[in-house]
Design a protein around this ligand. Structure first.
Ligand code: PL4
Length: 408
């Protein structure tokens, strides 16, 4: 019989978010009367905005006409959308043929592993979005051993964890970057909500370049940045074109979590050790194992980058940041120390001396609020809880009121 990819056996826990959903179902089965509110998964809740909706609907209607119908498109995305992304988000620093439109950042994070295979050393911020680690383990680049625990993970021995803690201002020690490896870096960060400054990113780019490593920069929450001094893209930093790939998404800024649309930037200067272009290989990956994002989604994305759409993006992200402010204030009122929520839709709350899953269970039981345990994002997440600001305002207000029960 066919052998299983050993990477799967090396995974020490189920994927974090289905595990949370399982515990939520289990709790509801035992307490069917509970009216649970989710501040757990980072899933958008507000309706599509009018201009963007019109972009989707108008194009969907065109598809039902002989003149307007379109089948497969270019795997790399509509030229108009690639040009618009380059202009709106990168102000001329990125060319349209360095923009590859995708069905979302997570899908591209998985596909990017194909460029580097299993013989690459991988470093992640600790804590970090679990896809970087789990994708690495599945492809076999993390080695075959771990000291992980069910229901969270204590860390895979084959991955370099770069602790991002209060002690280092949530920015890792760059001495620990791998040589000729991959460094996943997310800013604004999921889960901590911390945003790297320009000086920090400049140091990261310099260190990665010196070590021959490539940064996979996840900017999925860039549109939540309100402090104008903070960088929204790694390509605001000189030298990044030689050592960074950026993934990004329409999911959170414009509510496309279900519509599905994202993009990846692979600069033409980026090369492997043998001098071959990474942009060329990424084009090969996209044309070979991806068939392009939905054309309806792409027209919605185009509408979101028109002036009216950009205004809607701003007010939608403002709305979720308003939720974040309420959640952070409710926690701080209880004496819980927090970061995040000001330039990011996540609040990272500390419960010293407690296991994250225990705090998760306590909040679920006392407050009927679902959260995300920090330990699910890596060893340094232990004793933290991530609160997501994605929710209807009335639910967030209700959840904030219920958090008072923690103090009793
Ligand atoms: C639950 C740093 C959320 N089932 O929608 P995409 O694929 O364009 O973007 C996914 C993504 C990419 N990068 C970062 C992210 O935080 C996310 C989404 N993360 C969360 O609660 O952490 C949703 C998670 C979803 C998943 O596994 O992605």
């Amino acid at each position: 019989m066919i052998k299983r990819n050993p990477g799967f056996a090396n995974l020490t826990a189920g994927y974090l978010f289905p595990e949370i959903a399982r515990r939520r179902r289990e709790y509801l089965a035992a307490h069917p009367e509970a009216k649970l509110i989710s501040l757990g998964i980072g899933n958008t809740t507000e309706p599509l905005t009018p201009h963007v909706d019109a972009g989707l609907v108008d194009y969907a209607k065109r598809l039902s006409t002989k003149e307007g119908y379109a089948g497969y498109g270019d795997e790399q995305g509509l030229t108009a959308l690639r040009e618009r992304i380059a202009a709106v988000f990168y102000g001329g620093k990125i060319a349209a043929d360095e923009v590859f439109v995708s069905d979302g950042a997570k899908c591209d994070i998985g596909r990017l592993q194909l460029l580097f295979g299993r013989d690459v050393e991988v470093a992640v911020q600790d804590p970090s979005y679990p896809v970087y680690v789990d994708g690495t383990v599945i492809i076999g680049a993390a080695g075959s051993y771990s000291d992980g625990k069910k229901g969270g993970h204590a860390g895979y021995a084959g991955i370099r964890y770069l602790p991002c803690t209060e002690a280092n201002g949530y920015f890792p020690d760059l001495k620990d970057l791998p040589e000729n490896g991959l460094v996943y870096f997310c800013s604004p960060n999921n889960p901590t909500g911390a945003v790297a400054t320009k000086a920090q990113l400049a140091a990261l780019v310099e260190a990665a370049f010196k070590k021959g490593s490539i940064i996979i920069y996840d900017a999925a929450y860039a549109e939540f940045i309100r402090d104008p001094s903070l960088p929204k893209s790694i390509f605001e930093i000189d030298g990044a074109r030689e050592c960074a790939i950026e993934v990004n998404s329409f999911s959170k800024p414009i509510g496309f979590t279900g519509v599905r649309l994202g993009w990846t930037i692979v600069p033409k200067e980026l090369k492997y050790a043998d001098g071959v272009s990474i942009n060329g290989d990424w084009n090969r990956v996209c044309t070979t194992v991806f068939n392009g994002a939905s054309n309806i989604a792409q027209y919605g994305g185009l509408a979101s980058l028109e002036p009216e759409g950009l205004k809607e993006m701003r007010s939608l992200t403002d709305f979720y940041l308003g939720n974040a402010k309420l959640i952070r204030a409710a926690l701080e009122k209880l004496g819980v120390s927090c970061i995040g929520g000001d330039n990011a839709p996540y609040i990272w709350a500390r419960f010293p001396g407690r296991a994250s899953w225990d705090v998760f269970a306590e909040i679920l039981d006392k407050c009927h609020v679902v959260t995300t345990p920090g330990s699910g994002f890596g060893p340094a997440g232990e004793s933290f809880i991530r609160f997501s600001a994605f929710g209807h305002r009335e639910d967030v207000v209700e959840a904030c009121g219920r958090l008072d029960r923690l103090g009793k």
